[in-house]
Design a binder for this molecule. Sequence first.
Ligand code: ADP
Ligand code: ZN
Ligand code: ZN
Length: 747
Amino acid sequence: MPEYANIIIDISHEKLDKIFQYRIPERLRPDIKVGARAVIPFGLSNREATGYVVGLTGEASYDPEKIKEIKGIVPGSIPIESQLIALADWMRENYGGTMNHALKAVLPIKQKTAEKKQRLVSLSISQEEAEEQLALFEKRHHTARARLLLALMQESPIPYEAVVVKLNISVAVIRAMKKMGILGIEEKRLYRSPFGAIRQDGKPITLNEGQQKAVDTIWQEWEQGRRRTYLLHGVTGSGKTAVYIALIERVVKAGSQAIVLIPEIALTYQTVVRFYQRFGDRVSILNSKMSQGERYDQFERARQGDVDVMIGPRSALFTPFSNLGIIIIDEEHEASYKSETLPRYHARETAIARAGMAGASVVLGSATPSIDSYYKAGQGEYALLELEGRIEEKPLPACHMVDLRKELKQGNRSILSERLQGLMEQRLRDRQQVMLFLNRRGLASFITCRSCGFVPKCPHCDVSLSQHNNGKAVCHYCGYEEPIPRVCPSCGSEYISGFKAGTQKIEEIVKARFPKARVLRMDFDTTRKKDGYEKILTAFSNQEADILIGTQMIVKGHDFPNVTLVGVLAADLSLHVSDYRAAERTFQLVTQAAGRAGRGGLPGEVVIQTYSPEHYCMKLAKSQDYKKFYEMEVAYRSLMHYPPCGHMMVMLVASEDEMTASLCMELLAGKIRQAMEGGKLQGLSVVGPASPPVAKIKDIYRKVMYFKHGSYQELVGIKDVLEQFVGRHREFVRVTVQFDFDPMGGF
Ligand code: ADP
Ligand code: ZN
Ligand code: ZN
């Protein structure tokens, strides 16, 4: 039984690193747990203080003679911090990393921040003048201006943030209207809910049969005290959000609270407003643009019981609600639920762990559930609930597949197939909108030789260089640049140029082909600036453009009723990456992209262009047949022992010194192989060690090794042993060893 407890006295950013060790007296040993509140003597005067236990250990970290003893455990109600600390401990245990990393992810950290002033937008003209102005705006089709003016005529002032986020008005529009003397902007030193301006209209919709059945199932079990994880599967527009809202309403009425996770990119005005209309000021929202202080404010409101519902991305999971009743995870298949920094937790699994501690239910929702979750539902671990079809029976868009190889044979070297061009022409004529989707991750185009396939790479980072407008080839990790070669250094061919699939390049092609069309581009480059993302979406939804070109950020969550054509330009781009989830991700992206067409009254069409139309992923995305896709995919995973048919762990060893990294990796790999040869570690298979796709970042050398096993806990055990082993070896103090479980992209 552990003899010592590590304790933090105060939960604030500076203090989190100050962990004090205390001896646990015999009598307390059976009861003490991570998260417990302990009474301890503190400081020179040994005044009585309380602290939280964040770890238990058998080893004293300094002279045992000098370690003081815990006086007692605080009885009575368990504060929410205890639960979150226990959750941090669970995360450390299951994902690796230190307790400190985990605590920092989980605890609402007090920070001294300057008082935030709130900006308010108010109407500066009389109602009569406003009416005249409104008529003018409407006449000129200044829809955004008209929308803001109308809102201000109904209610003034409105918080600045609500104008931008909720009313979807760009900063430029606000500025212009201020210049015209229509509105004023004042500052107020008062904290209010971020959406003070939107009125609450409590009109509940009548759920349809399928929705009602889902709500009833979950709610009946909830009332009976049964807590579990549900997977709600239904196509986009099938009414999942309405189910969430109905459930939350009941949970809140019963005196509990709710957390709703939505991927940041899908956290749109339309979604948030629906929750606001139901729960008014009792709902709060988090987003990544908030400062630490603002986030802390929202967490504080939650802790004090001022809100019942918290909506936000991954980190909203740690909202300090003391009586949490339900956690909803919308679009549960999204890769953004997996943290890419330490601790590398998955929000879905962590939500289930938190729900277990808090006595809450979990509802996962998706149109294309992750293979993991659907598999668990098949195993009975989650309860599966299905919503059939779309509300109002709106048909799914018609879907055409184009074989790009044939296009090339027929002499069309453009990335726009004949079919797509024809349909685009039609849409432009009919004044409807088009979205062109490039199925790849952010970043600009890479350079390739069309004769031999040579791709120039960064000498420091081992990634492909990107083509920039200034004629340079640039590394996106470290900034290294060199001139773009005029002839191929490998074969001497002159056909070396940027790969035609960069969004910028596509914009040029589209503009050349449709010179009269108004084109917007949304990608990593155009959204890097603050508000860039909203500006583009606002402009497109105000129909200030005919064609929107973008990476996957354009396919999530947004409703553009006038979009009737979606083109997936090269669906293969995400299919042939070296990742066992490539087909899953491609299926999701193509299905989602297709779901963007025909959201309004007009029917939609989709064109999927691909070099591999025979791949099951393409065929089934075209017919939107999730279940069939799932079956094919699970057969493949099962054959290869990939998750969910088994588990995978990656170990990353990184060091400034290549020799040290290699040595450390060899030692660890050797230790594992030795144990395997000795008949231990039954069921384990290893791959590597090897250099990862990015073998070197900023001159840090990296090596990876993959472990596969049927049992997650076995892998956790191996991680523990390897972590301890490295910790004992002084020569490896400058080596970083990290683990990632069931990686999604990984290192
Ligand atoms: P999902 O979350 O699955 O995409 P939503 O809940 O957003 O689906 O529903 C799609 C649309 O249908 C929304 O505009 C919503 O207001 C509406 N809706 C949902 N359920 C009903 C219902 N029972 N009756 C009428 N309209 C509904
Ligand atoms: Zn070449
Ligand atoms: Zn580089």
